[in-house]
Design a protein around this ligand. Structure first.
Ligand SMILES: Cc1cc2nc3c(=O)[nH]c(=O)nc-3n(C[C@H](O)[C@H](O)[C@H](O)COP(=O)(O)OP(=O)(O)OC[C@H]3O[C@@H](n4cnc5c(N)ncnc54)[C@H](O)[C@@H]3O)c2cc1C
Length: 390
C-alpha cells in the first residue's frame, strides 16, 4: 500500500494507466529523490535543481509536460497524470515538484500558441529534461494585477526589443528559456514571447531567498532582442495566454498541496502510534484522534476537488476555470491546516529544523500565494458563479 498517494479516493477520475503511473512515480520518488535528503538553503536548491531535472528527464517524467507530437507522453497534455506526478513529488521533494511544475508552466504557452518552429525548438528538449523552462510574468508593480506589467516590447522590423525586470521568478538564472509577458509598445495590451537565456540583453540579476529552499530570483531584459517569430499567438493576446495557462495548470498546484498534506498526515499518524505518553500511545487520546480525523477529511476533500478539476481540464470541459480555482483555493488552504496540525501532533520534534514536517511547514506556505493567491481564487470563483446567474 502507498504511504502517500491514495488512488482509491480519486479512482473515479483515473484511467487504467494512471494507477500504474501512480505506483511508478512513487517508487521513483522513494528511490531517487528521498536519498537526496533535505536542502539546507536556497544556494543548495539552485545547485540541485539542474540535477533533479536530469533525474526527472532520464526517468521520462518530463514527457508528461508536453504533447506527444513533440516527445510527450500523451496526445494532448494529460493533466491528471501531471497531478499524480506533482502529488507524489511534493510529498518527498518540494524542489522536484517545483522543477516538474515549471517544465509544465514554462512550456504550456508554447504548446498552446507557439508556431511549429517554436514548438520544435523547445518542446522536445523540455520533454527530455535537457532544457529547463521558466515563466516570467510577475514584476515589482504587477503581482496579482497582471495587466499592470511594465516590461515593454518594442517592435523594430523583424525583431522585438524587450526592456524591463521580473521578480519572484522560479528557476531565474537556471532556465534555458522564459515564456515572458510584456506590454506591446504599439498599445495592443500584453504579448507573450519566448526568450532564450542566451538572448542578447537577458540578464540574471540576483537570487531571492525564501523561508523554504527554492530557486527564486530576479531577471532583467535590457534592450533584449528576440525575433518577432518568438511571439506566441497574436500581438496583444498575452493576457489571455497567461490566464489560459494558469487556469489549466491550477489543479496541479492543488495536487502539490495534496502531496504535502499526505506526507504530513503520514508523519503525524506514524508518530501518534509510536510515541508513548501517560502510559499509552498518543493515538489513543481522543484529542489526537480528532486532529487525525480532520486532517484525513481535509485531504480527501482536496483530492476529490483536485482530480475532478484535472479530469475536466484533460477533457477540455467548459467549467475548468471554476473547478481549478476551487481546487487550488481549497487544497492549498487545507494543506496549510493539515501541516500545522501535524507539527502539533509531533510536539517539539515537529519544529526541529531537521524534521520533514518542519520542512513542509515552510514549503506549504507559498502554495497559497503563487499562480494566483487565495484571494484571487475566491474572486475567480465568485466571478464564474455570478456570470452564470446573469
Ligand atoms: C515560491 C514562489 C514562486 C513563484 N514563481 C513565479 C514564477 O515562476 N513566475 C512568475 O511570474 N511569478 C512567480 N511567483 C509570483 C507569484 O505568482 C506572485 O507572488 C503572486 O501572483 C502574488 O503577487 P504579489 O506577490 O505581488 O502579491 P500582491 O498582488 O501584491 O498581493 C498582496 C496581497 O493582496 C491581495 N490582493 C491583491 N489584489 C487583491 C484584490 N483585488 N482583492 C483582494 N485581495 C487582493 C493578495 O491576495 C495578497 O494577499 C512566485 C511566487 C512565489 C512565492
Amino acid at each position: 500500500m502507498s504511504r502517500f498517494l491514495d488512488t482509491e479516493t480519486i479512482a473515479p477520475f483515473l484511467e487504467a494507466d494512471h494507477f500504474e503511473l501512480a505506483e511508478a512515480i512513487e517508487a521513483f520518488a522513494a528511490e531517487k529523490l528521498a536519498p537526496l535528503g533535505h536542502l539546507e538553503d536556497d544556494a543548495e536548491a539552485r545547485e540541485r535543481a539542474t540535477e533533479v531535472l536530469g533525474l526527472l528527464g532520464e526517468a521520462g517524467w518530463c514527457r508528461y509536460s508536453v504533447p506527444a507530437d513533440y516527445g510527450g507522453a500523451a496526445p494532448g497534455i494529460d493533466f491528471v497524470a501531471c497531478c499524480l506526478i506533482r502529488d507524489a513529488l511534493a510529498a518527498v521533494s518540494p524542489l522536484a515538484d517545483s522543477v516538474f511544475a515549471l517544465q509544465c508552466l514554462g512550456s504550456l504557452p508554447i504548446a498552446l500558441h507557439g508556431s511549429a518552429e517554436l514548438k520544435q525548438a523547445w518542446l522536445p528538449k523540455v520533454a527530455e529534461g535537457s532544457a529547463m523552462a521558466g515563466f516570467a510574468m510577475t514584476e515589482a508593480n504587477a503581482g496579482s494585477d497582471v495587466k499592470s506589467i511594465e516590461t515593454v516590447a518594442t517592435r523594430v522590423g523583424d525583431v522585438y526589443v524587450l526592456n524591463g525586470r521580473k521578480h519572484f521568478i522560479t528557476n531565474a538564472g537556471l532556465a534555458d528559456f522564459y515564456s515572458t509577458f510584456a506590454r506591446d509598445e504599439g498599445g495592443e495590451g500584453l504579448s507573450c514571447f519566448v526568450v532564450p537565456a542566451d538572448a542578447d540583453g537577458y540578464r540574471f540579476v540576483a537570487a531571492q531567498v525564501l523561508s523554504a529552499p527554492h530557486p527564486l530570483g530576479e531577471i532583467a531584459f535590457e534592450d533584449c532582442r528576440v525575433p518577432s517569430s518568438s511571439r506566441l499567438g497574436a500581438a496583444g493576446a498575452g493576457f489571455e495566454i497567461g490566464m489560459e495557462t494558469l487556469a489549466r495548470l491550477r489543479a496541479t498546484v492543488a495536487a502539490a498541496a495534496c502531496g504535502m498534506a499526505a506526507r504530513a498526515l503520514a508523519e503525524a499518524r506514524e508518530h501518534a502510534e509510536r510515541r508513548q505518553q501517560f502510559g499509552k500511545s498518543l493515538s489513543r487520546f481522543q484529542l489526537i484522534q480528532q486532529k487525525l480525523a480532520l486532517m484525513a477529511t481535509d485531504l480527501a476533500a482536496s483530492r476529490l476537488m483536485t482530480y475532478r478539476a484535472a479530469r475536466g481540464a484533460a477533457n477540455g470541459e467548459r467549467n475548468v476555470t471554476l473547478r481549478s480555482a476551487m481546487a487550488k483555493f481549497h487544497a492549498s488552504e487545507a494543506a496549510q491546516r493539515v501541516v500545522d496540525q501535524a507539527v502539533q501532533v509531533l510536539g517539539g520534534a515537529g519544529v526541529l529544523a531537521s524534521h520533514p514536517v518542519d520542512h513542509l511547514y515552510r514549503s506549504v506556505r507559498a502554495l497559497r500565494i503563487y499562480e494566483g493567491t487565495s484571494e484571487i481564487q475566491q474572486l475567480v470563483i465568485a466571478r464564474e458563479l455570478l456570470s452564470k446567474t446573469k
